[in-house]
Design a protein around this ligand. Structure first.
Ligand SMILES: [Zn+2]
Length: 141
């Protein structure tokens, strides 16, 4: 028995406290963490939808058109990017309203997030810049 105690004590003394704690912590995290590989969130499989060259078939040339300013386009991109930093689900058009030459679009995902975007910025008084420019072009040129 003494020999066994000596043997164990020799082995224990050859192991540093750091090593023991490191192994114990690894074991604990591996077996008790809620973030095991079984529970890690898995990004939803999503198909790519962006087309660098968007072709319009002859049958689709009657598609509705709206005007969009560059600042509005950048804002739309920002809204979509901000959503993608917090959520891995695709945004889809939930609702759209045409106001003159502007489109108000409500995007949402299956997790219930909503991103509202307009194709035009507003000017003082709340009017859409795009619509005011068109009215000005039609009436004063
Ligand atoms: Zn979302």
């Amino acid at each position: 028995m003494d020999r066994a105690k000596r043997c164990v004590s020799d082995r224990i003394s050859s192991v540093s406290n750091f090593s023991v704690l490191d192994k114990a912590l690894d074991y604990y995290l591996k077996n008790h963490s809620s973030a095991t590989t079984d529970t890690l969130p898995v990004p939803a499989k999503q198909t790519r939808c962006h087309k660098p060259y968007l072709y319009s078939k002859k049958s689709e040339t009657g598609e509705e058109m709206v005007l969009c300013t560059l600042s509005a386009l950048k804002n739309i991109i920002c809204g979509i990017q901000e959503h993608s930093t917090e959520c891995d689900m695709h945004l889809q058009v939930k609702d759209e309203t045409t106001i003159g030459h502007v489109k108000k679009i409500c995007l949402n995902c299956t997790k219930g997030h909503t991103v509202n975007v307009d194709t035009s910025p507003h000017i003082e008084g709340g009017q859409f810049l795009v619509n005011m420019k068109i009215i000005h072009a039609v009436n004063y040129h």
